[in-house]
Design a protein around this ligand. Structure first.
Ligand code: A3P
Length: 329
């Protein structure tokens, strides 16, 4: 019997790397990867080689513009959701949230708001971004220390989203097991937990990623808006209003009266997005189903997966790491 093999997705391939990236890789510490076999530690954070190539290209070539908005997230913190919300918010004068032909009805949020290093700068070393109309909206998982210089030099704004580390871990474990090639088998939760606690996860250590943006948001609140998944879940309208103010496009009293905020929240809700045909059957150009970005969309699913020992240990680590920062989960 012939077993049909899916082509290896681009993010797992280590060919097509630039010589600069290959030279760098040979000098970096390595660890076991979550999807690709190896992680490399660059500027204090762990990455598979393809993402690292994307980061290097982005650092070299990305030219931020003053009106850009960059959504920065820790993986599995609700990036897909915030992409949908930010796209709808920023483009609301062009596309009414209730229009039957709203772009979200037929496009994945990942198409409407592309990743820099995981998509645009992964596919091309220096992509032509001239087709993106201002105000541009991009996303990234890059840690603060790795952001391209032009982001600091310009007046562009950063919206940062993170999530309770226990839910982040569980979500990441499910997600990466779906992405692993069949011959790699699944990774156990115990193994994933050990790696996560040791800081070895996509764009980890988790706490360093979060603290980098948390501290910057305190120093520079006009530049960095810091948001937690749990808070957004709890009071989506309140946080959407704050986001609009931060981005310089506040809702008018007319819009408030017309319940535009509630409409946007509803359009971008887990139930609505996950049930759209495009998100049920569509695929990213790299081959993954869009549906992998929708699982449960709940706060506290860790209670169904982590043992009490795991919870105690992860809580202890987080308490130590976030001690004195003013941040807790
Ligand atoms: P779970 O695995 O806990 O369900 P990311 O988009 O950063 O990859 O994060 C994915 C997580 O966000 C998944 O969490 C997914 O179900 C959840 N998610 C996706 N869309 C959402 C939405 N519209 N509202 C709330 N959560 C959403």
């Amino acid at each position: 019997m012939q077993i049909s093999k899916a082509p290896v997705p681009k993010y797992l391939k280590d060919d097509e790397l630039t010589q600069e990236c290959k030279d760098l890789l040979s000098s970096l510490p390595t660890e076991m990867g979550w999807v690709a076999s190896t992680f490399y530690k660059y500027q204090g954070f762990w990455h598979p080689c393809r993402h690292l190539q994307g980061i290097l290209s982005c650092q070299k070539h990305f030219e931020a513009q003053d009106k850009d908005t960059l959504l920065v997230t820790t993986p599995k913190s609700g990036t897909t959701w915030l992409k949908a919300l930010l796209f709808t918010l920023i483009n609301r004068t062009h596309f009414h949230h209730s229009a039957h032909n709203h772009p979200l009805q037929s496009n994945s949020p990942h198409v409407l708001v592309p990743f820099l290093e995981v998509k645009l700068f992964l596919e091309h070393e220096n992509p032509d971004l001239s087709s993106f109309k201002s105000p541009r909206l991009f996303s990234t998982h890059m840690p603060y220390v790795s952001l391209p210089k032009s982001i600091h030099d310009s007046k562009c704004k950063l919206v940062y989203l993170c999530r309770d580390p226990k839910d982040t871990l569980v979500s990441l474990w499910f997600f990466t097991n779906k992405l692993r090639l069949q011959e790699m088998g699944s990774r156990s939760l115990e193994e994933a937990f050990e790696l996560f606690c040791g800081g070895v996860s996509m764009y980890g250590p988790f706490w360093d990623h979060v603290l980098g943006y948390w501290e910057e948001s305190l120093k520079n609140p006009d530049k960095v808006f810091f948001l937690k998944y749990e808070d957004m879940k709890d009071e989506p309208v309140v946080h959407l209003r704050k986001l609009a103010e931060f981005l310089g496009c506040p809702f008018s009293s007319e819009e408030e009266k017309d319940e535009v905020l509630e409409g946007i929240v509803e359009l971008c809700s887990f139930d609505n997005l996950s049930n759209l045909k495009v998100n049920k059957v569509g695929k990213l150009p790299s081959g993954e189903d869009y549906s992998v970005f929708f699982r449960k969309g709940e706060v506290g699913d860790w209670k169904n997966h982590l043992t009490s020992e795991m919870v105690e240990r992860l809580d202890r680590i987080c308490k130590e790491k976030f001690e004195g920062s003013g941040l807790s989960f």
